[in-house]
Each structure stands twice: as C-alpha cells, then as structure tokens.
Design a binder for this molecule. Structure first.
Ligand code: GLU
Ligand code: ZN
Length: 295
C-alpha cells in the first residue's frame, strides 16, 4: 500500500446551517483530496459555546452525506481539544512569544481608532486585577506565500492585524491558534477553503513558523456573494442547503468552481455527479474573482 501524501479537511463552525458558500468549501476540498487519492477529514470548529447551534452541528454529517461527500475517520470536535491548544500556548509562552493583554476592544478602538493593536500591554504590562488574554508577539517584516488559486501574496502583520489574540480574556481560545494546532496534529497537507480566509493565512503561517510546524499548501476558492453583493454567510442569513435536492445545488457549485459540468449531468444522481466531478477535477480552471450566486 502506498502512503497517503494528501490529507485535506473541511472545518465548518456550527454557528448556523450549512449554506451554498459552505457547499463550495466542502466540495472543493473534497474533490481536491479525492482527485489525488487523498484523505478528507471533517473537523467541527466549535470553540465558542455561546455561538454554537447544536441542531446545526448535529445536521452537518447528514448534509454532507446527502451531498455525496463522505469523510475519513472520526469527526473531530475542537471543544474536545482544549488541552492541545493550551500546550501550544505554553510552548509559545516559554519562548517569550506571547504576552498577557487586558485591553478590551473598546479601549483599543479609543486609543488607536484603527482597532490595530498598539502593543500597549507589551510596553506597559496589563492592568492589574483585570482579566487578561494572550497575544502573539508578531515578527516584523512581511509574510509571503503562494496560494494555488490566488497566486503569491505578501502581508505585513504589523499593518494587517498587529499582535493578535491567541486566548481571549474570557478564556476561549482563538480560531487562529486552534486551526493551526489542529491542521498540524491532523497532518493536514492541503487546505482548500473560501477566499474570505485568505487574509487569515499569514497569521497562521506566523504561528506555524513559531511552533515549528510545516505550512500546508493553500488554495482559496472564490467566495459566493448574494444578489446585493454580501458574502454568503451564516451572518447574512444565507439559505440553508436543501438535502432533498442535492443534485441541482451540486451542479451550481461545480459551475461556480469553473468545472464546466456537461448538461447531461443535470439528470444524474448525486453519486454520479460526485464521481464525474472527482474524475474531471481541474482546480487550475478556477478563476480568482468573487462572483454572485444567483438563485
Ligand atoms: N471554521 C472556519 C469557518 O467556518 C473555517 C476554518 C478553515 O477552513 O480554516 O469559517
Ligand atoms: Zn492590552
């Protein structure tokens, strides 16, 4: 048996039902993995209990199955993995790469107007007797990476985000830390996800470098927006995927991903559409630009 050298993943947050934008991320990551005989893992990013919708979370596996996408291994829940995030935070702290910060968002906004963190607590220490979170002390200079779809991108973290939060003042771990630790521990080699996360990537690469992790290959697919130009998301109340008619939504998703599904595929069943899409997956055809998903 040959060793699998491709491990991909779909990592939805259970803050609402899966919608057409989620389908694009799931489908592109699934097809990219399966077209290369890779593994495809499902990780539920439920770090924030207050924002979690239990019914949505319970539906995720059924929705993916209804759309013909089956994952490998057990489903991983971030809520079960807090000890790993704590360990990574300790490692960073032992290398003096973190510092406690007691600033509220409002305080930062008032001081800086931009919201970009001004290193107040690094320079002056956190306010005594006030709850503190932890920030990463970012290196100066740019972080460049080559995305398979978006091309080479360079970001200066001190201009983009400043020293960012790893653990919030309320004790919750930040997405940035958890995603990097899990991608590493799960052996993820390829990340395929929506281009709304492109600007998050340099922060993840910074963390990977500090923690001595490999950087996976990134491909950010164009996101879908609604008729008024807003990104389709749980926040903009995007319509939930309809598991009773996956076929037409799969065809639309393939069109959105520039895969040119032939007209006769419209009358095929879900598993045949998926098999066609795996056999004919051409990620190099995906255009960079964002486009509207009109229903
Ligand atoms: N959980 C994130 C989201 O639903 C995606 C994380 C990722 O793919 O890196 O937006
Ligand atoms: Zn602070």
């Amino acid at each position: 048996m040959t060793a699998v050298n491709y491990v991909g993943r779909f990592a939805p947050s259970p803050t609402g039902a899966l919608h057409f934008g989620s389908l694009l991320a799931a489908l592109a990551s699934f097809l990219d993995a399966r077209a290369q005989q890779g593994e495809w893992l499902l990780r539920i990013e439920n770090l924030d209990p207050a924002r979690e919708q239990p019914e949505a979370k319970a539906q995720f596996p059924f929705v993916l199955e209804a759309f013909g996408m089956f994952w490998d291994g057990p489903i991983v829940y971030q809520s079960d993995r807090l000890a790993f995030y704590e360990e990574a935070l300790c490692k960073l702290s032992s290398h003096h790469l973190t510092y406690p910060c007691s600033c509220s968002r409002k305080e930062i906004q008032t001081r800086t107007h931009s919201g970009l963190y001004d290193r107040h607590c690094l320079l002056h220490g956190p306010t005594p007797h006030k709850r503190a979170g932890y920030r990463l002390q970012c290196s100066s200079g740019g972080i460049c990476f080559t995305d398979r779809i978006q091309g080479t991108r360079c970001f200066d973290l001190s201009q983009e985000s400043g020293d960012f939060i790893l653990k919030r003042r309320d004790g919750l771990f930040a997405y940035q830390l958890a995603v990097v630790v899990d991608d590493h521990l799960q052996g993820i080699t390829h990340v395929v996800r929506g281009s709304d996360l492109l600007t998050e990537t340099p922060r993840q690469i910074q963390l990977q470098r500090y923690l001595g992790y490999q950087t996976p290959d990134y491909a950010h697919i164009p996101i879908a927006s609604n008729a008024t130009g807003q990104k389709l998301s749980k926040q903009t109340a995007a319509t939930a995927l309809d598991t009773k008619r996956p076929e037409s939504q799969l065809i639309r998703a393939l069109q959105h991903l520039d895969q040119a599904p032939p007209p006769e595929l419209m009358s095929e069943k879900t598993s045949d559409i998926i098999n066609w899409a795996i056999r004919n997956w051409r990620p190099q055809q995906i255009q960079r630009t964002e486009r509207k998903a009109v229903f």
